[in-house]
Ligand binder design. Structure first.
Ligand code: 13P
Ligand code: 13P
Ligand code: MG
Ligand code: MG
Ligand code: MG
Length: 389
């Protein structure tokens, strides 16, 4: 059994929130080289998207392994120290705890992990995003594994014809549910169409009995109880031979759909598929970016990566993303560019509400405020809305 782990964190931005400093990348590379030599890892590569640093690692310790998580935590504390030394922005931004204990759950760094038996040929795509939230993968995963207009294999490949099971997390109530598709397709869409709360954690092939995709599903604001940057999620997808082909896995990103997370984590903007060399969001700290790193995994070795969005066939998606960005930017501080109020409750809104609480006056002759009674408050893990942001 082989484990593929992507563990990532923003430990400091260069400049602002736009990129990772080259010295931090070097430090992380040397650490991975050491971990290969000491045989902690079978293989490892460093990759970045915007200001987020990812460690892509193969090993035999399984998901959630203390040794692997502790190694990543140690690398991130060292890149944080370097970022502080260089005076980089938000040094240690995603490290929400002072000390490591057991595994990375609830500590800030994001991770996606997959345990599997390596096939004779094992093509895998690692997706890294910046300036968005974990639910940003929902639309793409739905198209890859449930939409025959995206994935021809759902119709043509007998091993895909039975469909896939989607594991969905409710991040506010910390519970999960499985949707068996295509049968449960409409129920699935009811939930994952609300990506701030419901997030696809994994997808399993019914015919093969194998997990095909896994995502990072942490919400930093729900851990910290306040705004501490966006989650900037990662995802891994295994391809071919009863799973979607590489081109079917990339195809959803030919449409730059809108995601939450741009500028102060508070705006919707299009998700732009880009090459690794252009994954440096600058305009309005955006638009949000996604890169696709293709690997063949062979005896645990990461053969690659190939920079899969470095393809003129995605030029039109980038052009459309720029047009959509212009359109949304002209809304300034208005919805739907700005996130709805309930999604801003971990930022400035609670403070403004507290300040103005005594200034609200009843409207003369008005009826009872029925609206409030009919509105069911979403139950949230973490803090109540009165907490200052
Ligand atoms: P090849 O015939 O090039 O292997 O292509 C098969 C395939 O999977 C295309 O999606
Ligand atoms: P990061 O989460 O990438 O640091 O983004 C912070 C932000 O909101 C920049 O505007
Ligand atoms: Mg940052
Ligand atoms: Mg980031
Ligand atoms: Mg972030």
């Amino acid at each position: 059994m082989l484990t593929l782990s992507i563990i990532k964190a923003d430990t400091g931005g260069f400049v602002g929130h736009s990129a990772v400093h080259p010295d931090m990348i070097d430090l992380a590379r040397r650490a991975l080289d050491g971990a290969r030599t000491s045989e902690l890892l079978l293989d490892g590569q460093v990759a970045t998207c915007g200001d987020d640093l990812s460690l892509i690692m193969t090993h035999t310790y399984g998901a959630d392994a203390q040794l692997i998580h502790e190694f990543a935590w140690d690398v991130f504390t060292r890149t944080t120290a370097l970022a502080k030394d260089l005076g980089l922005y938000g040094a240690g931004q995603d490290l929400l705890s002072d000390a490591f204990s057991g595994n990375l759950r609830g500590m800030g760094p994001g991770y996606a992990e997959l345990d599997f038996e390596e096939r004779p040929s094992e093509p895998v795509i690692c997706f890294l995003a910046d300036k968005t939230e974990p639910g940003a993968w929902n639309l793409a995963l739905y198209k890859m594994f449930a939409d025959p207009f995206n994935t021809a294999g759902l119709v043509i490949d007998s091993k895909m014809h039975d469909g896939f099971v989607f594991e969905v997390y409710d991040l506010f109530e910390e519970k999960r549910i499985f949707f068996d598709c295509p049968g449960d397709l409409y129920d699935l869409l009811m939930y994952i169409g609300a990506p701030a709360r419901y997030v696809i954690h994994s997808v399993r092939s019914k015919a093969l009995g194998e997990v095909a995709a896994a995502t990072s599903t942490q919400r930093l604001s729900l851990i910290a109880g306040k705004y501490v940057g966006k989650d900037d999620p990662v995802m891994m997808v295994r391809c071919q031979s009863g799973l979607p082909a590489v081109g079917e896995v990339l195809e959803p990103f030919a449409f730059p759909y809108a995601v939450a997370g741009c500028m102060r984590g508070s705006h919707h903007a299009p998700l732009m598929p880009v090459s690794v060399g252009t994954a440096h969001p600058s305009r309005f700290d955006g638009p949000p970016r996604v890169v696709a790193l293709g690997f063949q995994i062979t005896h645990g070795r990461l053969i690659g990566y190939r920079d899969l969005f470095d393809d003129p066939a995605f030029d039109d998606a980038r052009r459309q993303a720029n047009a959509a960005m212009d359109y949304l930017r002209r809304h300034g501080p208005f919805e739907p560019h700005r996130l709805p109020l309930e999604d801003l409750e971990y930022t400035t809104m609670p403070g403004i509400e507290a300040k103005l609480a005594d200034h609200w006056q009843p409207i003369a002759g008005s009826l009872e405020p029925v609206h409030q009674e009919h509105r069911e408050e979403p139950a949230r893990a973490g803090t109540a809305s009165g907490t200052p942001g």
